[in-house]
Write a protein that binds this ligand. Structure first.
Ligand code: AMP
Length: 279
């Protein structure tokens, strides 16, 4: 496995792979890799011949007072996970490599980024789309892999790629969960043992939603109320949103019909946890 810190090194290796007719897959991450990331890498390895994982804690997607400085950066462990998974190339640039000059150019996907997480994290998605566009331009992948765990991010990236005619496919992989249902996340490390136990109620609320929908309940208000009842039992938790939205426009819907996304964000101790299920 090659580890590259520069854009030139990535371009050279990818060019050689492409010359050999290989299909290039990219898995963008911020590191602190876990089984969720590995599921994306495994999918990329299944579908591609040359797999690049980027590990970059992107400063431009963190707001003031967010966890940029304390975000975990266990680089050695991450490289070992990538090597064991069969990754071909890890791109692990410094902020100076990714943002060599002051950026005057930003990508902003309208509307979709102003809803859900966009309300409390203004500027977050602008950082995400811009860094992903940069990574796509550096690696020139045929396919890029994202997780359903960050559903809004995946929808925003898909829209950016479509609107800007980016010549790649975006694949979204299912959320990997802990045995009690909590979505695996690098930020779960911020939870105390007690908070970690409480956090399982997030998935419990999503399951409740699924059950109600299966039983024929279509009224979004009724479903949200039942979910809130469970989420309010999370000791020390602060609900940011519980929303039933159209899975393309992310606009709130009153009734579950067609494809909707049920999404939740909760602040718990030092962590801000998000989760969702497509219904
Ligand atoms: P991050 O390093 O948190 O920016 O995540 C990198 C990619 O991994 C994103 O596309 C995430 O949606 C995805 N991801 C994170 N956690 C999970 C999970 N539990 N299951 C599936 N994908 C995940």
């Amino acid at each position: 496995m090659e580890v590259a810190g520069t854009i030139e090194a990535v371009r050279t290796s990818v060019k050689a792979a492409r010359r050999n007719g290989k299909r290039i897959g990219l898995v963008p991450t911020m590191g602190a890799l876990h089984v969720g990331h590995v599921s994306l890498i495994e999918r990329a390895i299944e579908q591609c011949d040359f797999v690049v994982v980027s590990i970059f804690v992107n400063p431009t997607q963190f707001g003031p007072g967010e966890d940029f400085a304390k975000y975990p950066r266990p680089v050695e462990a991450d490289l070992e996970i990538c090597a064991n998974a069969g990754v071909d190339l890890v791109f692990n640039p410094s902020p100076e490599v990714m943002y060599a000059t002051e950026s005057l150019t930003w990508i902003r996907v309208e509307r979709l980024t102003e809803l859900l997480c966009g309300v409390s994290r203004p500027g977050h998605f602008r950082g995400v789309t811009t860094v992903c566009a940069k990574l796509f331009n550096i690696v020139l992948p045929d396919v890029a892999y994202f997780g359903q765990k960050d559903a809004q991010q995946a929808i925003v990236i898909k829209r950016m790629a479509a609107d800007l005619n980016m010549p790649l496919e975006i694949v979204v992989c299912p959320t990997v969960r802990e045995p009690d249902g909590l979505a695996v996340s690098s930020r779960n490390k911020y939870l105390s043992e007690q908070q970690r136990k409480e956090a399982a109620k997030i998935y419990k609320s999503l399951r409740k939603c699924k059950e109600m929908s299966k039983a024929g309940v279509t009224d979004a208000k009724e479903i949200i109320a039942a979910m809130r009842e469970i989420l309010e039992q999370i000791a020390g938790g602060e609900i940011e949103y519980v929303s039933v939205v159209d899975s393309e426009t992310l606009e709130k819907v009153d009734e579950i019909k067609g494809k909707v996304l049920v999404a939740v964000a909760i602040k718990l101790g030092l962590a801000r946890l998000i989760d969702n299920i497509p219904v």
